[in-house]
Write a protein of this length. Structure first.
Ligand SMILES: [Zn+2]
Length: 274
């Protein structure tokens, strides 16, 4: 079970003070952007061990970009900082290349460092952010806010809620990548296994424990856990999904569960635009 104290927080800005928001990032690339935001956390006394955290975040970034598309990236690491969570937000007018899946430059960087004891907190935060940022009007207001105060005012509208209903918001690409690594690990030679396992562990930490245990059971039983939906049919069991579920999944990065075979349903992977 997730720790219950996080339920007391209802807004994104419960975790972020105005001084943790940088309206005009000086950084021109993603490593510099992450470093600039980590410096903010150090200054705010939310972080002391900057260097290992930077390494950790960049390792994670190299494994799979944390850009979610639409001009937003969420670099993150699960590291014990003494507190529960440390967040810094940076905006870049020119945009920074995060190798986003949609090829767009990133104008809003939300850096999150959270305590390993709080696995559920990040998902909670992530779901709330994704729900807010999916709306173009909200992104425009964040990208165009004239100063720190205005930017903070928009950020304070972001509400955090636990998952509702039958979907897991914006985590399909992470689950897909985890499956890819697990399949690779099974085929790999012994000396390569450790490295793959290390990468897989990084992704496992980001996902809910209930989801992970279901994932492992499915992998064990079928050799795969994530099924794509092609033309409304679950590729895990060849059964037609309801029209409603099919249209919800199409083109989305959310995870659903097949009512027939119990596998995780995702939209087919998009080809990277160059
Ligand atoms: Zn199925």
């Amino acid at each position: 079970m997730e720790r219950t104290n996080v339920r007391l927080h209802t807004h994104f800005t419960d975790f972020v003070k105005p001084s943790q928001v940088v309206p005009d990032l000086a950084a021109k690339d993603r490593v510099a952007a992450v470093e600039e935001l980590l410096d903010v956390l150090v200054k705010e006394k939310l972080l002391t061990n900057k260097k290992p955290v930077l390494t950790r975040i960049i390792d994670r970034e190299n494994l799979e970009t944390t850009a979610i598309g639409m001009g937003v990236a969420l670099p993150h690491a699960r590291v014990d900082t003494g507190g529960e969570i440390a967040i810094a937000v940076g905006r870049s007018e020119k945009g920074i290349d995060f190798e986003a899946p949609d090829g767009q430059k990133v104008h809003l960087v939300i850096l999150v460092v959270w305590n390993p004891e709080l696995p559920g907190l990040f998902n909670h935060l992530f779901a709330g952010l994704a729900r807010f940022l999916i709306k173009p009007a909200n992104r425009q207001r964040l990208f165009q806010a004239k100063d720190r105060a205005e930017l903070y005012a928009v950020l304070s509208e972001i509400e955090l809620r636990f998952y509702e209903g039958d979907k897991i918001i914006h985590r399909a690409s992470v689950l897909r990548k985890l499956q890819e690594l697990e399949i690779k690990r099974r085929k790999a030679r012994k000396e390569q296994q450790k490295e793959i396992q290390k990468h897989a562990a990084m992704l496992r930490e980001e996902l809910d424990t209930a989801l992970i245990s279901r994932f492992d059971k499915l992998m064990e039983r079928y050799g795969f856990a994530v099924a794509e939906v092609v033309e409304g049919v679950c590729q895990g069991c060849n059964i037609n999904l309801s029209t409603q579920m099919h249209s919800a999944i199409e083109g989305s990065n959310d995870i659903y569960v097949c009512e027939n075979c119990g596998k995780f349903l995702v939209s087919p992977a998009k080809k990277k635009k160059k």
